[in-house]
Design a protein around this ligand. Structure first.
Ligand SMILES: [Zn+2]
Length: 400
């Protein structure tokens, strides 16, 4: 497999600068286009699955994280607090506390549950500079996160649906899970102490995995500090395993934030929080996609979907018209003219683009386009409008 750091720079997807800092990559236009398509896909898949999106700030008062338990269980991964007008604020290490507060901000009834709150939001991790590289170990993370607030008897269904959403996304993205890991607590004070809580949450996850017939391995010491989780593991080009998607059951934070809803009995009850990430961090997901596809992204994700190639300067106006037409139709299209070399050289340079449109004198005169696909095959020349429709249909396909 490929190394996303090398390929990411060659394909001009992202880069870093010592002046911005280690572990703080920036995204170039082609990388931003991939990321944008990925984020849009995730939001749409979540919307269809009954999630509602929110925005919350990337920092909060230290007290918020003291209540959530991050401050006492997770502070070594957090940035030091900033003093601001007599208060301390911290860059958030996770989105959960904000979402718990948003849940708490309105009166909730059993009719509101399950309440699925999603956000593609920023969070921060104080990684040591020695381990930073590319997009996999970064200090500023965009997390595809969601929290489902539900009744205890709804947890299994919600975990199952989250796993289905993950599998659907992996198929669309061309990602293969290496294994499912049931991450349990280990020794030491990293984990909240409540054996009954761990037992119940772990049993729920096992129940869903076994009912779905998903093989899994147990791993001690890999749980979140507040609860056990199912981690969907992938393997990178160097054979290193990492977690992309995750589903977690949490009884701890609902208690810490004193979350409640009014049941059919008119009494106040405590919801359970299911934390889940479909693609995990956007940085790690794109790193993995670069490696898996060697830069030849599925057409719907490709930074450039159509490359117009005029044979000579005379066909430039026709090629420009095609690019305008494609962009107007919602496609990502560019032009590579003769100043970039011979037609053969331009075809090779654009080999990762799903559709190349070569325009010679015959095509320009007849307002036609002859499409060339990534596998080298060529479709018969056809009227430009039809060719654009054909590309649109191809780009709309997501393996399912
Ligand atoms: Zn969470």
């Amino acid at each position: 497999m490929n190394d996303h750091r090398k390929l990411g720079r060659e394909l001009e997807l992202f880069d870093t600068d010592p002046l911005i800092g280690a572990g703080l990559p920036y995204w170039l236009p082609d990388g931003a286009a991939v990321r944008h398509a990925l984020e849009e896909y995730v939001r749409e898949a979540e919307r269809r699955a009954g999630y509602r999106h929110v925005y919350s700030p990337v920092l909060g008062k230290r007290e918020l994280y003291e209540i959530s338990g991050h401050w006492s269980h997770y502070s070594e991964d957090m940035f030091p607090p900033m003093d601001l007008g007599g208060e301390q604020v911290v860059l958030r290490p996770s989105l959960c506390p904000h979402h718990a507060v948003i849940f708490r901000s309105r009166g909730r009834s059993y009719r509101d549950l399950p309440l699925r709150m999603a956000e593609l939001g920023g969070m921060f991790r104080a990684e040591l500079s020695g381990v930073l590289g590319g997009l996999t170990r970064v200090r500023a993370i965009q997390l595809n996160d969601a929290h489902i607030f539900c009744r205890l008897d709804q947890v299994a269904d919600e975990v199952r649906s989250a796993l289905e959403l993950i599998r659907e996304a992996h198929r669309a993205l061309g990602i293969e899970a290496a294994r499912y890991r049931l991450s349990l607590p280990g020794e030491g004070g990293k984990y909240v102490a409540d054996p009954e809580l761990w037992r119940r949450a772990g049993a729920l996850l096992v129940q869903v995995l076994e009912e779905a017939g998903i093989p899994y391995e147990e791993a001690g010491g890999e749980a979140a500090f507040y609860g056990p989780k199912i981690d969907v593991q992938v393997v990178d080009g160097a054979g290193r395993e990492s977690t992309l998607s995750t589903v977690q059951v949490d009884f701890h934070q609902p208690a810490r934030f004193d979350l409640g809803y009014i049941g059919p009995d008119g009494k106040r009850h405590r919801p359970v929080m299911v934390h889940r990430a479909v693609i995990g961090s956007v940085e790690r997901a794109v790193a993995h996609l670069i490696e898996v596809h060697g830069g030849a992204f599925p057409a719907w994700l490709a930074p450039v979907q159509v490359l117009a190639l005029p044979l000579s300067e005379e066909q430039r106006p026709a090629a420009e018209a095609l690019v305008r037409r494609c962009i107007g139709a919602g496609l990502r299209a560019e032009l590579a003219g003769p100043e970039h070399g011979t037609l053969g050289a331009r075809v090779r340079a654009g080999r990762l683009v799903p559709y190349q449109a070569v325009i010679g004198p015959a095509e320009a005169a007849a307002d036609q386009v002859s499409l060339r696909l990534r596998d080298g095959s060529r479709l018969p020349a056809r009227p430009t409008a039809e060719a654009v429709e054909q590309v649109l249909a191809g780009v709309a396909v997501r393996p399912s």
